[in-house]
Ligand binder design. Structure first.
Ligand code: 8YV
Length: 307
């Protein structure tokens, strides 16, 4: 047994190929110590990652192949110290994730999910659903202007929104749209979309002050990591009417979603599915396999992280 598979990959033919081509140990509960000694590579996903303790329990580990782009659940410091290579799946999920950001934005502004429940519950017979609002002419603020953030910019521009963003540095050629802090960004936009990395640097970054600045007509969209938002303060801001609405694909403690969020009909809540299209997942799975095969052949990884 030399490769630890932490979770099943979709579509099923990807997992089938992994099981056929590699010497796989499928993680269920505790990994027996004699197996742990022999693991040289791990296949994991963005949510599960590989914690400090889990990594320490694998003394022969040399490579981690991530089915996703998020590495916030992986102890990268230990990986670097031990010379463990890490590969992710950048690029191939950008369109899927950015499309989901647009879908959540549209769904919240036009009350799509709410309208669906309204029809199914027979409420239309008693009267019309309340009004939504048009995205055209509104301003979107993108927090985290990397690959995914930039694609969200293109898509939201296509529906007639003005795009602003914040990141560590302005993007050359797009200096005017840059805002130097999330607070400044929130003040200047109606829709704030989070596309930043998770992890300690961004933990709780979107707090009540920022949500208040977004305001009672504002919409918060998150397709990144639940940890970027202070979820408790988000609930308080929504309940106090300081923030208008939220459309969330990610949460602080997945798959737990607080009852206070579930109770609010105007919110759009999805189960961490931004990259979950057949095309994106197939391409992500292919990259996981190809990176692993390169490692086993002693070749350079296709999409390594620069640790
Ligand atoms: C996936 C993700 O949902 O890329 C990431 O970091 O969170 C997602 O693309 C996940 O890795 C698959 O479970």
């Amino acid at each position: 047994m030399s490769i630890l598979l932490r979770s099943t990959l979709q579509p099923p033919e990807i997992t089938k190929e992994i099981l056929e081509r590699f010497d796989i140990y499928r993680e269920e509960k505790e990994i027996p110590p004699e197996v742990a000694q022999q693991i040289t590579a791990v296949i994991t996903n963005g949510g599960l990652g590989l914690s400090s303790e889990e990594m320490r329990a694998l003394p022969a580990l040399q490579m981690i192949s991530v089915y996703g782009v998020g590495t916030d659940a992986i102890d990268l410091v230990q990986a670097k110290e031990r010379g463990i290579q890490v590969a992710t799946t950048p690029g191939v999920l950008t369109n899927a994730v950015a499309e989901m950001a647009l879908a959540l934005t549209l769904s919240a502004a036009r009350r799509v999910a709410e309208g669906d429940r309204y029809v199914r519950a027979g409420q239309w017979l008693q009267g019309n659903l309340g009004l939504g609002w048009t995205l055209f002419g509104e301003t979107v603020g993108i927090l985290g202007y990397g690959r995914i953030g930039k694609r969200i910019g293109e898509l939201t521009r296509a529906v007639g929104m003005k795009v602003l963003y914040t990141d560590l540095h302005p993007t050359p050629g797009e200096e005017e749209a840059f805002r130097s802090s999330p607070l400044e960004l929130a003040r200047d936009c109606r829709v704030l979309i989070i596309a930043a990395e998770g992890g300690e640097k961004t933990r709780g970054l979107v707090n009540r002050t920022i949500l208040k600045a977004l305001g009672p007509d504002g919409l918060l969209v998150n397709i990144a990591r639940g940890s970027v938002v202070n979820q408790h303060e988000l609930i308080l801001a929504l309940e106090a009417g300081e923030l208008g609405c939220a459309a969330l694909d990610v949460f602080a403690n997945e798959p737990q979603v607080p009852k206070e969020l579930i109770a609010q009909q105007k919110l759009v809540l999805t189960p961490h599915v931004a990259s979950a299209t057949i095309d994106a997942r197939r391409a992500m799975g292919r990259l996981v396999i190809d990176n692993l095969a390169a490692f086993l052949d002693g070749k350079a990884l296709l999409t390594p992280l620069n640790l």
